[in-house]
Ligand binder design. Sequence first.
Ligand code: CP3
Length: 355
Amino acid sequence: MSRPKNDAFLRALLKEPTDFTPLWMMRQAGRYLPEYCATRKRAGNFLNLCKSPSMACEVTLQPLARYDLDAAILFSDILTVPDAMGLGLYFAEGEGPKFERPLREEWAINSLSAPDPYDHLGYVMDAVSEIRRALNNSVPLIGFSGSPYTLACYMIEGQGSSDFRHIKGMLYSRPDLLHKILDVTTQAVISYLNAQIDSGAQAVMIFDTWGGSLSASAYKEFSLAYMQRIVAGLKKEKDGQRIPNIVFTKNGGLWLEDIAAIGCDGVGLDWGIDIGSARRRVGDKVALQGNIDPNVLFGTPETIAAEAKKVLDSFGPGNTGHVFNLGHGISQYTPPENVTVLVETVHAHSRTLRK
Ligand code: CP3
């Protein structure tokens, strides 16, 4: 199997030269696109959309039809894994994700087991293969999972949280129970990501949205150590091609050196950190992905272009090692036409930096 025609995203992660800086956007398929809202309406709700391989494929391709993006990301959600573990995921309209059976009791924690990805998450594997066929080797497909700590936040809180008192209460009173949850979830994530790779994902990303809410020592023990185990357990090659991985801890900038040391190929950055100083801190150990503030997309064409150039100029000279992205998911209120300005500026300006 050969690489996609546009393989700049894979090359940048693997530190091979590229003619321009590749970019994609977290949540690039989402509610800011009217065509996404139309498909979601047809699906009935968000979870039906995730569980239908053909509709998941359709929305994955929507942003690529509009914009010159350099990678596709599987349309799904991180919470499909705890759903497959039996917690009962649902999305109450306008309220975000919830679980029918949050994980708090010792007996429930002890009976937790890692799901077979081809059985309980077969719809994700079907979506991955369908998307690969539809992409027809144009750009690479990114698979993903949540980090064990971030998944555990939703599993234990039962929904999003502003203080995480249930999971942190467990962390500081029954760390053994939390470690048990994280251990089983880590096994689940390894087999889930490897199944995505076997089904056709050409790179994988771990979203650690909530690791940054921990203290430095708790982050290392309860989030980073498990992501290190995942990275170690991932397939690194498929059909003779390297499968790069990216680790993204939101608000993890303080621990960048530690993250870069776990053996990952790329580290995702939120917009709080200057990407040039991040690069000086990690040297050429890992590629960096990021990191414009998604709210820049509420600016004018001129400010969007200027802010995009700032990120590229701050990363500095060189012809590889940077994947441009937003520092977090795109807002549902983003005017779609503003994304065109971002994409065109990143491609054009990064070419001038290589001359
Ligand atoms: O990037 C992509 O385009 C791929 C698809 C993707 C989604 N969720 C689709 C989605 C990915 C990679 C995710 C990851 C995800 N899901 C994370 C980690 C990344 C992050 O954003 O921090 C988390 C924490 C979740 C859990 C989750 N799913 C929440 C908190 C919500 C509600 C947030 C909101 O904006 O309403 C979701 C729902 C969700 N996942 C939507 C999309 C497009 C919006 C759902 C809708 O259409 O109603």
